[in-house]
Design a protein around this ligand. Structure first.
Ligand code: A3P
Length: 300
C-alpha cells in the first residue's frame, strides 16, 4: 500500500450535482453501494468533518495516540492510507476508500468521512462505533475551502472569492451546506452518546487540552510524556514539514497555487472577507443557524 504512486495523478475538475439532496461530485458517489453497505466493526473509530475543518489534524492525533510507536508506519505510510477516506473513489489511482478500510490490519481502524450525518452508513450506528466530529467556524472554513478548491484539481472550479462565497452561502459545495453539516451532527450528539463534538478553534487555543479530551473520550491511558510529545508533533509547523501529513505526495494538489497546510489559523477570514461580504454573511448565517444551539468562535 505504501508504494502507491500518486505523483502522476491527473484529474479533470468534476461538476457538482445533487445527490440525495446534497451537492456532490462523482468521486464520492461512484462507489455508493459499497459505501452504503460498509460493514463497520464495534471498535472502528469514525472521524467525521466538513471538508477543511481539521480532518487531517485530528486524524494524525488519533493515529499517534494509537499507533505512535509503530516506527515503520510513522515514517513510510501517508496519513491518507492510514486513515482511509471512506467514500472516496479514484479507481485508476488508489483503491476505493471502502477497500482500504476493509483491508486495514489494525485495531481499531481509523476511518475518515465528510458525509453529512444522514448519509453515514448505518452499520456505524448499529455497531455503536465511537465518532469524533470536528467543526470549524464558517468563515475560516469557507476561506480554507476556497483555497483548497483552487489548488485541488479533483474539486470543482471555485471561481473567484466572491463567487465561491456566494455558492458557500447557498450550500453549493461538495458535501453540501456547511450549516446543515455542523448542525446535523450537533443534533446527532444529543441522542448518540458515543460522539465527541470538537471545535477547531479549541484545538488551536490549547492542543494539549483537546488531546486530553480525546483520550478521556476514547478511554486511552497514554502517559503524560507521550501526550506531551504528541501535542508537540501535531503542531502546524511540524505537520507542514512532515511528508506523511502534508499531502506533498499527491500531485492533483498544486502547492504553487496554495499549500495543503496553508495557514492553520483562527480569524484568517479577516484577510479575505470584505466588510460588505462579512455583513451579508452574518445575515445569512443568522437565518440558516436559527434552529440550532451550536455556537462557534470566529476569533480566539
Ligand atoms: P487552512 O487552509 O486555514 O490553513 P482538512 O484536514 O479538514 O482538510 O483541514 C485543513 C485545514 O486544517 C487547513 O486550514 C490546514 O492548514 C489546517 N490544519 C491542518 N493541520 C493543522 C495543525 N496542526 N494546526 C492547525 N491547523 C491545521
Amino acid at each position: 500500500m505504501e508504494n502507491i504512486d500518486l505523483s502522476s495523478m491527473k484529474l479533470s475538475r468534476p461538476e457538482l450535482f445533487d445527490f440525495e439532496g446534497v451537492s456532490m461530485i462523482h468521486y464520492f458517489t461512484d462507489n455508493w453501494e459499497k459505501v452504503k453497505n460498509f460493514q463497520a466493526r464495534p471498535d472502528d473509530i469514525l472521524i467525521a468533518t466538513y471538508p477543511k475543518a481539521g480532518t487531517t489534524w485530528v486524524s494524525y492525533i488519533l493515529d499517534l495516540l494509537y499507533f505512535g510507536n509503530d516506527a515503520e508506519r510513522q515514517t513510510s505510510k501517508p496519513i491518507y492510507l492510514r486513515v482511509p477516506f471512506l467514500e472516496s473513489y479514484f479507481p485508476e489511482l488508489l483503491p476505493p476508500g471502502t477497500e482500504l478500510a476493509d483491508n486495514l490490519p489494525t485495531s481499531p481502524r481509523l476511518i475518515k468521512t465528510h458525509l453529512p450525518v444522514q448519509l453515514v452508513p448505518k452499520s456505524f450506528w448499529e455497531q455503536n462505533c465511537k465518532v469524533v466530529y470536528v467543526a470549524r467556524n464558517a468563515k475560516d472554513n469557507a476561506v480554507s475551502y476556497f483555497h483548497f478548491d483552487r489548488m485541488n484539481m479533483g474539486q470543482p472550479e471555485p471561481g473567484d472569492w466572491n463567487n465561491f462565497l456566494q455558492k458557500f452561502m447557498e450550500g453549493k459545495n461538495v458535501f453540501g451546506p456547511w450549516y446543515d453539516h455542523v448542525s446535523g451532527w450537533w443534533g446527532k450528539k444529543q441522542t448518540y452518546s458515543n460522539l465527541l463534538y470538537m471545535f477547531y478553534e479549541d484545538m488551536v487555543e490549547d492542543t494539549g487540552r483537546e488531546v486530553e479530551r480525546l483520550c478521556s473520550f476514547l478511554g486511552l491511558s497514554n502517559s503524560v510524556e507521550e501526550r506531551e510529545k504528541i501535542t508537540k508533533g501535531v503542531q502546524f509547523n511540524a505537520m507542514k514539514q512532515n511528508q506523511m501529513t502534508n499531502y506533498s505526495t499527491i500531485s492533483v494538489m498544486d502547492f504553487k497555487i496554495s499549500p495543503f497546510m496553508r495557514k492553520g489559523k483562527v480569524g484568517d477570514w479577516k484577510n479575505q472577507f470584505t466588510v460588505a461580504q462579512n455583513q451579508q454573511f452574518d445575515e445569512v448565517y443568522k437565518q440558516k443557524m436559527k434552529n440550532t444551539t451550536v455556537k462557534f468562535r470566529t476569533t480566539i
